[in-house]
Design a protein around this ligand. Sequence first.
Ligand SMILES: Cc1ncc(CO)c(N)n1
Length: 225
Amino acid sequence: MDGGGGVEAGTTAAWMAPHRGMYERATRHPFTVSIRDGTVDPAAFRRWLGQDYMFVKEFVAFLASVLLKCCRQSDGSDMEIILGGLASLSDELSWFKKEAEKWSVNLAEVSPLKSNTEYCRFLQSFSEPEISYAVAITTFWIIETVYQDSFAFCIEEGNKTPPELLGTCQRWGSPEFKQYCQSLQRIADRCLADAPADAVKSAEEAFLRVLELEIGFWDMSSSQS
Ligand SMILES: Cc1ncc(CO)c(N)n1
């Protein structure tokens, strides 16, 4: 507490200063910047779409593990937010199927590329009960926030985003999605404030790992690495 009843900057905000460079590489990546510039390669967008559909299916399982930790390790007051997030992934999977049809991407034929497989393996590691709720919710927050920040930039003033990509950008770039990310951040900060130092350290490592994996995911989408 800051003692004055004002808003105290939390742990997650404090990480932004030392890790600003990595954060910007993840949220102002040449791939998403090319969407905003209107110069995006349609083949790269189609590759991203197919790969992200696979990612989101794995993300459902990840979120289920976060929800389980929430039920087991917290007083349960965060349950509704996480459950809401999980429910909206159902809608998201339908959106991917519709979008894939629009772009003639055959989802049944997509197989995961290396960076996606690596990211999915990281998500799977959270099913271990040893990983604390504080670390898991922090990871969940930064995964969503990278997309929120990246796609919000594509619909900010001055964008030349092609009209057929606006729906994608609005999905993650909307003010509602930003509010959702901010509620996740508040939960993460509250958990981290109560967590032992080693858990805070693990959460910061997971934060950085997500930034690295997100950069790898965008690189993969742009150039099939
Ligand atoms: C790779 C990746 N990161 C974050 C999100 C946000 O849900 C997503 N759909 N895909």
